[in-house]
Design a protein. Structure first.
Length: 66
């Protein structure tokens, strides 16, 4: 498994989302949702994640497959 994927897996399983974004995402990241909404840059991703975590309560994080 690649080092990047291993690190992503490690941080996601630990719930260390901020570290994951800081280490592995480009500052120019663009997230496109299924409904076409976009979040651009680290500020956009941060705002989207703030909304997501204030709206949903994760019960379990699980990663499967390559």
């Amino acid at each position: 498994m690649s080092t990047i994927i291993s690190r992503f897996d490690e941080l996601l399983r630990a719930g260390e989302h901020e570290t994951l974004y800081a280490e592995l995402y480009s500052p120019d990241v663009v997230s496109i949702e299924a409904d076409g909404q976009t979040s651009e840059g680290m500020e956009g991703i941060g705002n989207k994640n703030e909304w997501w975590f204030s709206t949903f309560e994760p019960v379990k994080w699980d990663i499967e497959g390559p």
